[in-house]
Design a protein around this ligand. Sequence first.
Ligand code: HEM
Length: 448
Amino acid sequence: MVATQGRERTSTGGADRVSLADEALITGGVLVPLVARGLLARWPLMVNLGDLVDADRYSVRLLLHMRAKYGRDKALLLRLAGRKLALVLDAEGVRRVLEGEPEPFAVANLEKRHAVGRFQPKGVLVSSGPERQARRVFNEEVLDTGRGLPRQAETFARVAREEAAVLLEFAERRGELRWDEMRVAWARVLRRIVLGDGARDDHAVTDTLFRLRREANWGFAPRSERTYKEFKGRLDGHLRRAEGGSLAALVARTPHDPEVAPYDQVPQWLFAFDAAGLVLFRALALLSAHPVQAARARTAIERDPVALGYVRACVLESVRLWPTTPAILRDATRDVSWGGGVIPEGSAVLIPATFTQRDPQTLPYADAFTPEVWTDGSAEESWSVVPFSGGPAACPGRDVVMLASAVFLAALLAGHGFRQTGGRRLSPEVPLPGSLSPYRLRFAVGAL
Ligand code: HEM
C-alpha cells in the first residue's frame, strides 16, 4: 500500500484502488444493500428492512465521504469476488460512461448477460455488435421512441383509465388502497398494453416472468426450465394473436432484420413496465404529503387532460427520488484513462443512481419533492439525474410508460383524495428518506 497525496491507495497495475478498509465499507454500505433487495425482482422483506433503517440515506453519506476522500473526478476502484469494479459518482463521469456505449463502455455487461439473459437471451440489453444495433432499431420502431406520444396513445390511455377506475372502485368499497391491489391493477395495464386485452387476466405470464427474475437475482443459479417453458409458451401465444391496439400488433407488422428475434425483445418490456407500479405508488405517497403539489397536479388534469405535464413531472420525481434501476451497469472494453488513473479493461462500471440522483453537492433539490425541475427542464440537463439512463442505450420505452403512468395517476387523483395511513411518513418539512418501501404504503381513499 502506498500513500499518494495524503490519500491511502493500493496499486493495481497502474489503476488507483480504494483502501481495503474503504472497500469493505463500500461493499457493506452500498453494494450489499443493493443486491440484497433484489436487482431484477425485489424481495419485499428486504425492501421493508431497507426502509426501516433508511439504507440509501446511509449509502449516500458514505459515498459523499468517499468522493471527498479520493477526489471528485476519480472512479472508486474495488474488487468484489475477484471482479474489478469501478464506481462512478459525478455527473461528468456519468455522461462519459453512458455516452461511451458501445466503446469503451458496453451495455451488455457480464452480470447483466448472466442475469437478464436467462429470460431474454437475444434481448437488446444483453446484445452487442450489429445484432444489438438491429435489435435497438426494432425496439425504437415498435415503441415509437422519441416521438412523444406513441401511435396507440389513445388505446393505451383508455386502458390505464379503465384499470384505474376498477382499482378505485375496489379501494373505495374497502376504504383503503394497498399495494396488493395496486400490483394487480398495474399488471393488467401492462399486459393489455404489451400483449392485448386478451392477456388482461393471464396473471401466469407475468408471474412466471417474476419467478424467473427472482431466480436471476442470484445470477449464477440454474434456470428453472419448467418455468421458462411455461413463460415462453404463454408469451408466444399472446404475441401470435397480435391483437390490434397492443404492442404485440406492432411486433407482428414491423419489418426487421433476420437477427432481431422480435419475441425475445418483449420480456424486457413486461419486466420494465412492472417497475412503474412501484413508482406510481410512491408518487401517491409524495402527493398525499405535499398538498401544494397535489393541487397543482389536479389543476393540470383539469386544464390539460391530454398532456398532463405536471402529473408526468410528479411521476418523474418519484423515479428520481427512488430509482427503479438503482444501479446502471457497463463493462469497460479496454483500459480507459480516468481522473489521472485508469479504469482497467474488463472492469464492471457501476453508476449508483440512488446516489447520483440524491447528490446534495450537485442537486440543490436532492432530497425534496420538486416536480418543477422536470417542467423547467433543469433535471433533464443534469447527467446526475438518469432514471431512464442516457446515451445510445437510454430506455426506448420511456414515452410508452410515461403516458400510461401519467394517465393512471391522473385518473386516481381526479375527484379523489388520498391520505397515507401506513408506511414511512413523508413531509415537506424534512428531507425525504433515502429509502421508501412501496409495500408498506397504505392510503385512505375518499371522494374530494
Ligand atoms: C418506470 C419505468 C421504466 C424505467 C425507470 C426504465 C428505465 C430504464 C433504464 C435505466 C434502462 C437502461 C438500463 C441500462 O443502461 O443498463 C432501460 C433500458 C431499457 N428499457 Fe426501460 N424503463 C422503464 C420502462 C420501460 C418500458 C415500459 C419499456 C418497454 C415497453 C422499456 C424498455 C427498455 C428497453 C428495451 C431497454 C434496453 C435498451 C438498450 O439496451 O438499448 N422500459 N430502461
